[in-house]
Structures are given as structure tokens and as C-alpha cells.
Design a binder for this molecule. Structure first.
Ligand SMILES: Nc1nc2c(ncn2[C@@H]2O[C@H](COP(=O)(O)OP(=O)(O)OP(=O)(O)O)[C@@H](O)[C@H]2O)c(=O)[nH]1
Length: 680
């Protein structure tokens, strides 16, 4: 009795302290935003309250720890919500995810926890999500505990396949739109991914705390472009926490629970996978039926290999081992897989004894950008090889092929999902493995329909894919070349329409559609050859529109193209790494521009350098890099002109000889810089 009295007294004191805290917090922030303040207070309360309160009181303030004891075998599927956050880059997915984790008590609110779901160093530095992360959150709503599985998705076009797989593990999505920037190209692309998967979409307008925020305008855009009534939008500030609690409530109210059955045979979708040095592959899975226990034998549908489950559990976001996972839940599985290639994103897992139809939508990652990668110093080859091997263990979407070049030595030809993917890979090599590499200009995969019986026999088929321009077959051996196309979406303020159209035309873009999404912003659809946009199109678009235009693209298959191979010769010797594939109509201008850029990029040397662009044996452009010239006449004061002429002639002969035997030093960064174009 006395103990109960003490407990009540302490609780009352604490309560008063927190009320006081609440006032102080509000005044300090000079804001009247009760929700934000309440979130902070509630969080502090949650940390101390369980010590003093009875179980019923604690239930009001859900903590993660007491939920760990929940018996998942009895947890009803109706109280599970699987959802994803999708948005244009930088619209605040990771920040909102962090807030949701804080509210549900999965993490504490400290500065260190910024971007908890963005685990890679490059992610935190660049502020982009590269690998999707998952967290299971327990949330208390109307005296019921809900299990909310949040799947954070990457925000860049390069990773749209991962986004599509994450989405297929969900029943609904939060579509985040920045209250200042409004709908951007990637918002549209992500919306359609969710819409086509028939998911419930909750539009969330973020960053309402910004001075230039105009949530009203964004709501109108959402209504116009996506046909979602503007009343359904939730206005939040993920940074301050404003209305974030409402987001969780709406997730519970609006999203349907998964409809999967525990009695069905076990079936799970792999929507992400990571490699752990000590434990092997950790596959993130969503259970579409049945249940999975430790020790079960499972099979991956794509490779048909079988494994024994060593460990499984929930992600909160750290791993929480469990004995079993049930239909409707999302978690991780460790089953002795040695490479991420064994747990490919989109693959299906099933019980060895109960085979099932694989889930639809699986496609192996498709590399869209290829580049050569060589060690800066050939003696570092083996160190770099082990670094590349380790990184590719963790990223199944990178394709690796051995390659070697006269100028750069032994290396690899790597295939990436896109340019950002390639840059991130390089950055990780440098940061995590301290490797320094030379990367050649990226190219896209072309196709050729062969006509030469010899080549058809050699390849065993008529259609071949060419990922290295140096291996581009000659026109005379080919019926037709095909190039990869993409459907691009550009959203921009209408002030820049003229400039954007001329750049798109310059890049062989064909306009397919143009609509106003509000009074000043326009959305344009263009069909582009991938090659034209892969290197620097987005940078140009951004700079010409003062950063306002956004761009996204999706695969649009292959199309016949009149493309040819252009070689670059330095003093008559072809440099394989600079060979490119260009459209015939642009060969002259591209060749001239390449020569000019190389002239700037290659420093003057002791002998003259002829920089030439050639198609077959025909030289189409030429620039000359003048030699350094020692003043051989310095010591001739006055005197006979014939002596001077003799000295100059001797010098010229020496240079000529040197030109044939000397090797041209090409700076390493020239290999990528020469391909960047200047659009007018
Ligand atoms: N003012 C303000 N800034 C915000 C808010 N939410 C996010 N930000 C900021 O916006 C920037 C981008 O936020 P992120 O959460 O990294 O965005 P993201 O969508 O996860 O980005 P990607 O992972 O690259 O797709 C960060 O600098 C955040 O601090 C908000 O509500 N208000």
C-alpha cells in the first residue's frame, strides 16, 4: 500500500515536471506547434515511465522493449501494415523514417541517429539512399498494438528496380512531396510504380516548416496529376516532427492489412539482400504465405538451390532474432548463402517440401552503363581485385568482366544500373578499400543483328550485345544496329521550356507529351537514346534551369539506329579506351569536339601530338598539340643565318623522330572528361 503511494507520488511529480518541460519547450522553440513538443515530451516520458507505471499506463506510450515479448505466433495479420515511403530525391524519406522510428520508440532522438536507415558512409555523405533498409515498428493505436513494417527505398532512378520490389512487398505507400518543390519527375515515376501495383497511396506533403512552403499549391498538383482528392493529403514537417504521429495513425486507418494466410505453404519475396563477412548473406523477406522456422530447408526459385535456415527474425531496424516468421510479416533470413547473387532482389523462397509458383515481377538486375576500371598503379592490381570482389559480393547488380588495355594495363569492364550507381561504387572503393582507380568513359549496351555467317557461328546467335565500343562489329558484318531507348519525364517551371526543348532536340529526343501540372510548371515526356543522356544530361538540365528542373527515365526497349564506331588516334595510334559509338549524323561534330577537348586535356610534351578522330580509315577531325620547344638559338648572338637554320633543322628532325617513338601521356581523368558535352 505504501509502495503504491510512493509510486503515485513519483508519477505525479514526473508528470508535473513534464508539463513544465512542455511549456519550456514550446517557449524555447517559439512555436505553438503542440504536436512537435508533444512528441519530444512523450519520448522522454516513455523512457522513464515504465519504471514507475503499471502495465496499463505504459501501454499508452508504446515502447519497443516491452513489445519484444509479444508472442508473434498469436499476432493477428489484421493488425499488420506493410508500407514503403517513396519520393523524389531529397524530399525527406529518410528524415520521416527516422521520425517514425523515434515515435515508435525504435530509436532515441539524438543527433547521432540522423538518417538511421541510411547506413552506408556514402549514403550519409551524399544524403542519398542507396540500399533500402527495413524496420518493424510497434505502434499503439486505440489500445491495440499494430505491427508496422516500414521499408525505406532508394531515391534515385538508377535503383528503380529495388523500389519496385520494395513496393511489391507492401500494401500501401506514403508518397512524400516537398512543400516547396512540389511534384518532381521521380514523384511521378514512383507514383505509377505504386499505382500499377494497386497499392493504397497516402500523399504526404513534407517540409511545411520551410519559409517558401506552399502546401496548397502542392495539394492542387497532387489532385490534378494523380487524381487524389486534396483532402487526403497530410501536411507534415519530418524535420520538426509536426503531424508525424498523424501519419502513423493514417497508416493504420487507411492501409489494408496483408491478406496472406498462415495455413498456406511458405512463400516469401526477397526484396533486399546484404552480405555480412561473418554470417554470409542476410536476405530481407516479406512472407506472402505460411511460416518459416529456424532449421527449415528452403529453396530460392531463381537458382533452385536449397539452404537450411540458420537464423531469422525481425528488423527493428537492428536484427531481432525470432524462432519463427509468419505470413504478413517482414524480416530477415540467414541461410548460409555465400553471395548476394544467391538471394537476388525479386526472387521467391519456398519450403523444399512444398514448391510454389514464384511471385511475378522477378527480373535479374540489368546493367545499363558499362565502364572500364583499372588500377592507377598496376602493382595495386591484386589489392583492387579483392576490393572489387568484396564490393560485388554485396551488390549483385554490378556485372564484372576481366579486361585489359594497352594504355591502362589489366583491369575490368564493369556494368552498373546507371551513372550514379557507378559513381557510388567508385566512391565506396575509395572510401572503404582505399583504392585509387581510373574509370573510362561510360557506354551503354548496343545490340547488333549480325549478317556475317562467320560471326553468327562464332557467337552462336544472330543478335549480340556490345558493351565495349572497341568490340563494335563493322557495318559490313551487320544487318542492323539497335540502341537502348528510355522514356524521360522532365518537370520544370515554364520559363525554361525553350531552353530545355532545344537541349532535348540536340540529344535526339522526340517529344511525346507536354502538360501543365499547375499554372507555372510543365511536365514533358521525351523518348531519348540512353547514350545521349547517360553522361551529363541531368547536370545540364539542372544548370540551365537554375536547379528547378527534375528528370527521371524508364526503360523503353531498343530501337534501330544508324550508329558508327569512332576511333581516336594519338599520333596515328588508336587509343582503345577513347573509342566511342556515335550517331552517324553527329560523327563530325562529335569527333571535332572530342579532339578539341583532348587538346585541352593532354599537356604539351616534348614532341608534337596529332589528335585525330577517325571512322574506319577516314580521318574526320584533327587537332595538333604543339611541342615544347627549347630555344636552340639562345647561344647564337648574331652571326650567320645558315648556322641558325641548321640548328633549327636538326631540332625539327629530332622532334619528328621522337614523335614516332615517344608515347603520349594521357592524364587519367581525361578518359571520362572528354565525353562530357557542352550544350548551347
Ligand atoms: N526544413 C525541412 N527540411 C527537411 C524536412 N525533412 C527533410 N528535410 C531535409 O531535406 C534533406 C533531404 O532529406 P532526406 O530525408 O535525406 O531525403 P531523402 O528523400 O531520404 O533523400 P534520398 O535518400 O536521397 O532519396 C535533408 O537535409 C533534411 O534535413 C522538413 O520537414 N523540413
Amino acid at each position: 500500500m505504501q509502495l503504491a503511494l510512493i509510486k503515485t507520488k513519483v508519477c505525479a511529480t514526473l508528470y508535473l515536471r513534464y508539463l513544465l518541460d512542455f511549456r519550456i519547450y514550446q517557449t524555447r522553440r517559439k512555436s505553438h506547434d503542440c504536436n512537435t513538443a508533444w512528441t519530444v515530451i512523450r519520448h522522454r516520458w516513455m523512457k522513464t515511465a515504465p519504471v514507475f507505471c503499471t502495465r496499463n499506463t505504459t501501454k499508452m506510450f508504446s515502447t519497443q522493449t516491452d513489445k519484444e515479448s509479444i508472442d508473434m505466433s498469436k499476432f493477428p495479420v489484421e493488425r499488420i501494415r506493410n508500407f514503403s515511403i517513396i519520393a523524389h530525391i531529397d524530399h525527406g524519406k529518410s528524415t520521416l523514417a527516422d521520425r517514425l522510428l523515434e515515435i515508435t520508440g525504435a530509436i532515441t532522438k539524438t543527433q547521432k541517429n540522423k538518417q538511421v536507415l541510411d547506413k552506408l558512409q556514402v549514403e550519409r555523405e551524399r544524403g542519398i539512399t542507396v540500399k533500402a533498409q527495413t524496420a518493424s515498428l510497434f505502434y499503439e493505436y486505440e489500445n491495440q498494438t499494430y505491427l508496422l513494417n516500414l521499408i525505406d527505398t532508394p531515391g534515385h532512378v538508377d535503383f528503380s528496380y529495388e523500389v519496385s520490389r520494395s513496393i511489391s512487398a507492401c500494401q500501401g505507400v506514403l508518397l512524400i512531396v516537398d512543400a516547396n518543390q512540389g511534384i518532381q519527375a521521380q514523384t511521378v515515376a514512383n507514383f505509377y510504380l505504386a499505382f500499377e501495383a494497386q497499392l493504397t497511396i497516402i500523399p504526404v506533403i513534407n517540409k511545411i516548416d520551410l519559409k517558401n512552403a506552399d502546401p496548397e499549391r502542392v495539394e492542387n498538383q497532387i489532385e490534378k496529376v494523380f487524381d487524389i482528392p486534396k483532402e487526403e493529403c497530410i501536411r507534415i514537417s519530418a524535420k520538426l516532427g509536426t503531424n508525424v504521429d498523424q501519419v502513423l495513425q493514417e497508416v493504420v486507418k487507411r492501409l489494408p492489412p496483408p491478406t496472406f494466410n498462415r495455413e498456406d505453404p511458405f512463400k516469401a519475396l526477397v526484396f533486399d539482400s546484404n552480405f555480412d563477412q561473418y554470417r554470409g548473406v542476410i536476405a530481407n523477406v516479406a512472407l506472402f504465405g505460411g511460416c518459416l522456422s529456424k532449421g527449415d530447408r528452403i529453396v530460392s526459385a531463381h537458382l533452385g538451390k536449397s539452404y537450411e535456415v540458420n537464423e531469422l527474425g525481425l528488423l527493428k531496424p537492428e536484427e531481432l532474432p525470432m524462432e519463427r516468421l509468419y505470413a504478413g510479416q517482414v524480416g530477415y533470413v540467414i541461410a548460409g548463402m555465400k553471395e548476394v547473387k544467391e538471394a537476388q532482389i525479386g526472387d521467391t523462397l519456398y519450403h523444399q517440401k512444398h514448391p510454389v509458383e514464384p511471385l511475378p515481377g522477378f527480373k535479374p538486375a540489368k546493367a545499363m552503363v558499362f565502364a572500364g576500371m583499372y588500377p592507377m598503379d598496376q602493382s595495386d592490381y591484386s589489392t583492387l581485385r579483392s576490393a572489387v570482389e568484396k564490393l560485388t559480393l554485396n551488390d549483385s547488380s554490378v556485372t564484372v568482366q576481366r579486361d585489359s588495355s594497352l594504355a591502362l594495363g589489366a583491369g575490368w569492364r564493369l556494368g552498373f544500373l546507371g551513372l550514379l550507381h557507378m559513381e557510388v561504387f567508385n566512391q565506396r572503393l575509395e572510401q572503404e578499400y582505399n583504392a585509387s582507380v581510373i574509370v573510362t568513359a561510360p557506354t551503354v549496351p548496343y545490340k547488333a543483328i549480325l549478317s556475317s555467317p562467320r560471326l553468327i557461328k562464332e557467337h552462336g546467335r544472330e543478335e549480340i550485345t556490345i558493351v565495349n565500343p572497341a568490340q563494335f562489329p563493322d557495318r559490313s558484318l551487320v544487318k542492323e544496329y539497335l540502341e537502348p531507348m528510355v522514356m524521360g519525364t522532365i518537370i520544370s517551371p515554364d520559363d525554361y521550356i525553350g531552353k530545355i526543348m532545344s537541349v532535348c532536340l540536340n540529344r535526339r529526343g522526340i517529344q511525346k507529351n507536354m502538360v501543365y501540372i499547375d499554372d507555372h510548371r510543365v511536365m514533358m515526356k521525351y523518348l531519348f537514346p540512353l547514350n545521349e543522356i547517360v553522361v551529363d544530361f541531368y547536370d545540364h538540365l539542372k544548370s540551365m534551369s537554375s536547379g528547378y528542373a527534375s528528370f527521371d527515365y524508364e526503360d523503353a526497349g531498343y530501337q534501330a539506329a544508324d550508329v558508327i564506331r569512332m576511333d581516336i588516334l594519338l599520333n596515328g595510334k588508336p587509343v582503345e579506351e577513347l573509342t566511342t559509338i556515335v550517331h552517324r549524323d553527329r560523327a563530325y561534330s562529335a569527333g571535332k569536339a572530342m579532339c578539341e577537348r583532348l587538346q585541352d586535356a593532354i599537356p604539351r610534351q616534348m614532341f608534337e601530338i596529332a589528335v585525330q578522330a577517325a571512322i574506319g580509315s577516314k580521318v574526320i577531325a584533327r587537332e595538333t598539340i604543339k611541342a615544347f620547344r627549347k630555344n636552340v638559338l639562345a647561344k647564337c648572338y648574331g652571326g650567320d643565318i645558315t648556322r641558325k637554320m641548321k640548328l633549327l633543322k636538326k631540332q625539327a628532325e629530332g622532334k619528328k623522330k621522337m614523335r614516332y617513338i615517344g608515347t603520349v601521356q594521357v592524364p587519367k581523368d581525361a578518359f571520362i572528361n572528354v565525353l562530357k558535352r557542352k550544350d548551347k
